[in-house]
Every structure is written in structure tokens, then in C-alpha cells.
Ligand binder design. Sequence first.
Ligand code: AMP
Ligand code: GLY
Length: 425
Amino acid sequence: MKVLVIGGGAREHALGWKLAQSTKVQSLFFCPGNAGTAEIGTNISIDMMDNNKLVKFALSNLINLTIVGPDDVLASGIVDVFRDAQLKIFGPDKFATQIESSKAFSKKMMKKLDIPTAKFATFADYDSALRYCEGHDLPVVIKASGLAKGKGVVICHSRNDIQKALRSMMIDKIFGEAGCRVVIEEFLVGYELSVHALSDGKDVVMFPISQDNKPILDDDKGPNTGGMGSVAPVEILDQEQMKFVQKRIIQPVIDEFRRLEHPFIGCLYPGLMVTPKGIQVIEFNARFGDPECQSYMRLLESDLFELIESCTSGNLSTQVVRWSEKKAICVVMASGGYPGDYRMNKEVVGLDTTVRSDIIVFQAGTKKSQGKVVTNGGRVLSITVTGEEVSMARERAYAVIGKIKFNGMHYRTDIGLLKKSMTNF
Ligand code: AMP
Ligand code: GLY
């Protein structure tokens, strides 16, 4: 089979790495891919937001299955365009992707389905939003309703913060259309978990729970990023809580999209907050998490192609998913300046020192230039290591990082340590 993976991050490199292990996969294509994916497949230089060009490519190259990584590609409606052309594609359609691409849509659905989530109100008008916040307890959370590359959530501790956040989103439109509508919600206290569930539109298979670290600095300080590290599995929820997540959070969404005749075929990924009052949904994503996916792919023992193919064929219930008993950790190495402006084209050295079966470096913002690997994005590498215990994997991950160098590189030193909020909880 020929498989096309859309995206150019370490998530897509990890998916490709796992797909390449399937006896059913003959060739892999990545759009746009990176220097790492070029080693396991063919990178194609089509704009990944150009649905029509991608359909043409898939038709003329007889692609059997396409897998979409990034949220904005899903939100562009690529799945609808591929399905219209009778091409198999893994991901929700444009309507169902709204569970991620519109927080207003998502919160409304959660309310309707009685899914536990922070109390909220939605506004499309600056003055009304400001007035509402004036009567709200602090801190209050202001979110751009649309996609904002992980930067659309502001936790406001003062009236001044509120005014600044609302003004930047609704008047200055720093996120364009995405910030014209805002969701304002109560601040939740607890610890965060990532849940991933594959679905064929009817049944679901839940992955073990994982956790990511979004802020750029140690101790969860500094601005949020796409994700600076992950760990899986995180065995925090008991059987009852896992059942609760499946029955009260995942399955109702899958059933609702099926009822609306937009079956959710893909990976449903709710971000959860475990609070003293119980489990609450912070948000829903409609794709694999990055960097959670990198840790998951190191632990998945089943054939990823078969699993995804069974989602697109509507027979996920026939699959038994096997996981390694080990733990996986992923530490992200980023360009200096990220998540703000950062420099590129810095040579990456030391990648050849990491050839060991328990260590895999998935690449993200990298490209080949004159035979060398150079930086080409904010998040550059995902160092993934498996071990019997997280502490062992963590030690080896940081030993590897010590051997890799590029000018201005930045990484967190506390990935894999229990978050303070969890231990104090
Ligand atoms: P989101 O894009 O909605 O996942 O939000 C990004 C991050 O903001 C989350 O991972 C949380 O750390 C934080 N956050 C979002 N909503 C809330 C909330 N209601 N209370 C506390 N923190 C939140
Ligand atoms: N891990 C955060 C995200 O994928 O959105």
C-alpha cells in the first residue's frame, strides 16, 4: 500500500516511522515532511493547505490511504475533498473538525451532551465580553474561539489583563477571524492529562493516558508552545475514572457526530483537567497530539496501518490493540526564541550518536542543505526514549541531548518529572 502523511512535524515523522514497520506499507509520502521523513519516504513539495493539488497527487500516484496530522489542514476541509474523490483518508470531516476548530461549537456540544467542562459564555462583541468579565471571579480564562496555533488562551489575573486580551483578540484581531469570537470560562485548578481515542465513527479504542508539557520553560513557566515534551503512559486514573472518560466524554461525542451524519473518523483527543470536583474537559482536539504521538508510537506494538485502515473501513471493533509494558518519554529540542521569533538554518550536529534501539530522534523543523541537517522551524527535534521506568528513560534522553547541538537550542530539563501541581494535589 502507498500511504501519504500530511504534515511536517515530529508527530508525522513518528507516524511514518511506525507505518514503515507494517508489512502492508510499501511506500510512504510526506507533505511537506522534513529531513527525518526523507530518510523513510518521499517528501513532496505541495502546499499542504492546497486540497485540490493534494487530491490530484493522491489520484495520480495511486495513494491508498492518507493520514492528516495538523489541525489547520483538517479545518480546511481536506477530508471532504478526498472523500468526494473516493480517496481513503483518516481524519474527521470539516464539520466534525469544528470540535477543535471552534471552541464556541465545542463548548455548546459539551453543554448539550452534559460533558463536564468549565462554566463558560461565548461573545462576538467586545463591549459585552468586557461587561461579562467585570462580574467574573479572577482569574478568568479568555480563549479565541478559532485555531490560533496554541496561543489563543489567556489566563487573566487582573482587569487590565482582561482588557488587553479582549482588545488584542477582538479589536486588533491578532488571530484574524479566529479571535473575533471568544469563549470566556472559569479557571480550573488541577492537573492536566491527554486522552487519545481512535474511532471509526462508531466504536472507539482508547490509548493509555499521556501528559504533555506546553509552557516553554521548566516548572511550566513562560508562554505556551505546541508542546515541549510528553510522557506515556501516565497511570493516574483508576478503572472507574477511565470508564467515566470513555462513557461520559468520548462516546457521547462519537455518538452525536454519527447522529448528525458526520461520523468522527479519526483521533479524538480531549485535554482533561483532573480537579478536586472531578474530571473536566479543557478542550477537544480532532487529531493526534504533538508531542504525545511521539511517545505513543514508541509504545504501540500493533500495526498502525491496520489500525488506521480499520477506522476508515468502519471495522475498528475487530482490532485488539497491543501496547509495550514500557514507559516512553519525549523531550523536544527547539530553536532559540521559540515560541516567538526564532532563527533557522543552524546546522544540527550529533544526530549520528543516537543510534540505539531504545532511542529514536523524530525530526520536525529540519531540512537537508548541502548534505547537512539544518534547522527549519521552531520545534526541531523530538528525542524519544523507552525504558522500564520513566526515570530511566528520562536519564537516557538527557544523556542523548547532551550529544546533539545546534546554535541557540533550547529544551526543558524537567520532562518526565511529576508536575508540582500533581504532587501537591
Ligand atoms: P487549550 O488550548 O484550550 O487546551 O488551552 C491551553 C492551555 O491553557 C491548557 O493546556 C491549560 O493549561 C490552560 N487552560 C485552558 N483552559 C483552562 C481553564 N479553564 N482553566 C485553567 N487553565 C486552562
Ligand atoms: N500537545 C498539544 C497539542 O497537540 O495540541
